[in-house]
Ligand binder design. Sequence first.
Ligand code: ATR
Length: 288
Amino acid sequence: MDIWTVDALPSLGSTKPEFQLGVLGDPVEHSLSPRMQNAALAARGLPYRYERVHVSPSRLEEAFARLRELGFIGWNLTLPHKIAGLSLVDRLDPEAADLEAINTVLNHGGELIGFNTDGRGLQAALTEAFKIDLTKVRIAVLGAGGGAGHASARFLARLRPERLLLVNRTLAKMENLKNQLAGDPRITFWDFDQLERVFREADLIVNATSAGLAGGILDWEPDWLQADHRVFDMVYGREGDTPMVAWAKRKGVPAVDGRLMLLHQGAFAFEHWFGRPVPVQAMRDALR
Ligand code: ATR
């Protein structure tokens, strides 16, 4: 499948009229969204295609203008555009405003509406993977100061889990979160030096850092992980388990990677574009 660029978009009208949806990222090569969304489009019998568009941060605004002009139905945003996209839409869904990031745009007759389906995608993935009631567990988010971690922390805080332990290597990067979530005694803030204690005090570990475990990038002791832990790694590999998931499984701990979140956030995005029914099974099969 091609990877499109902003410069290639002007010729679009005449050559690929069915290309009406896509994912904008930098890099974007790795994205599995086209595979999943094209399966959904086919399952619903919709005559559109979903493609990858490589867009650097300096050209994001231009890309939005072009896609609006070309009458695109909508698009997704992946790294590093989820925060910059906030100011490029005409209207923000309240949840996206609250999470301070968007990953889905709907072109509603020329009006661009920004949504965030990552939060609900994460919730659906955790619930499906571990069959747990998220209000009754102690959740640790590693990397809560990064882009994905910040939005996840905001979303999980709204679910009011028993405890929410927010962890970041650089404590200063959680200052915003601290101000926003101040006053809730169930929410605490930690740095990586305190990771051993975080593992002791959490049931569910959500990794939102961009670092893998490979090569000791994250400095953890193997015995911090116990059989009753659950591990969710927000990243996913194109093939096989991520290092973190592999590590957890070797210890007999249930662990799932970000593909399940990708599936659910994509299903919610599809629903914003086309309504129900959403062919979730076709999307799931496409990701296998
Ligand atoms: P940002 O939002 O900073 O632009 P990101 O990719 O959204 O970048 O987030 C990266 C996250 O992974 C951050 O939480 C980062 O921690 P810092 O805030 O301390 O930089 C985290 N991260 C990346 N590599 C890491 C490592 N080796 N150990 C721990 N955390 C790491």
